[in-house]
Design a protein around this ligand. Sequence first.
Ligand code: DOR
Ligand code: ZN
Length: 373
Amino acid sequence: MIQTIQIAPPDDWHLHLRDGEALECVVAATALNFRRAIVMPNLRPPVTTVDQAVAYRGRILAAIEKACATGNYTVEEKAAMRRFDPLMVLYLTGATSPHEIEKAANSGVVKAVKLYPAGATTNSDAGVSDLLGQCGAVLHAMEEHGVPLLVHGEVTDTDVDVFDREAAFVETVMRPLRTRFPNLRVVFEHITTEQAATFVTENSGRDSQGRLLLAATITPQHLLYNRNALFKGGLQPHWYCLPVLKREVHRKALLKAATSGLPQFFLGTDSAPHAKHLKEMSCGCAGCYSAPYAMAMYAEAFEQVGALNDVSLFEQFCSLNGPAFYGLPVNEGAFVMQRKKFEVPTSLPFVTESGIVPLRAGETLDWTVTRLV
Ligand code: DOR
Ligand code: ZN
């Protein structure tokens, strides 16, 4: 049985860091585990311009400095945190211009543009209701400049069952999008279904520069849990995220995709912090906070299907496929985990007194992160 995992430092290709005090509470957890992260722009108001993205990146780096100055971290941990590189994303609206895309492509800071179908999830009301109808010129500019479109892939039609919204999105948006913009580079974010995994497996060609055209991120919760987790012994708000957990057959398809060694699947936690009292209420928020322990959870998922024996599969998913898609170098240094039991705290400090409940609070994990250098 493998006791130590050593891989190139991983990146998180889908992360919510929030802003202000919330940002200060969560940023260290990511910077201690990941070298880079694609930071989601669904703030209030959303990050819609390059200037806003540059300013937000500055606040993230300042929050890291503050954590280093005030937190109880070792010299090695502080050095790791200071190497964290936030990769920024613009929030697509009906008003996004082709000029802003060109500016983003030349910014060196903005790496992608995010589609939130209006009404699909947290802070998505400023999003787009008809992607192909509203955003043709912008998608064309993204295609031209090689700026990836990151997609929250759910239809928002309330007539469609909530568990079917991703599968419906594959047919009504993804397929036509690939046909109309064949050179647009797309990441299908936090996929949850067999339909999405199959679509990404079968439709990912390469552009003239040899770059993949279609990829997908997968979260730890969708690899480890099916929708039963939402109702186990009562309603479980801390397992509620969007897209919602699906049936076991879908979880199995995601595990197969993540451990396939195919270059189009990579790590994206979708770690999405919400205060405890805003999750445990009559209309609780969607989002699982997984960042501090996500790497242990991914290792557990890989081990479940015997895919940890060859650590290179794990490394591809966590540390190699993402950089290759984004045209970035693989991180130098090493990330090490030991097989050592670790109990997830039941609550962590957050903005309000209620704190934040991490995913799998109170449970014991098999792996402990020992080093990011
Ligand atoms: O569960 C989710 N939470 N899904 C999303 O798409 C957004 C995220 C958030 O921002 O809280
Ligand atoms: Zn997200």
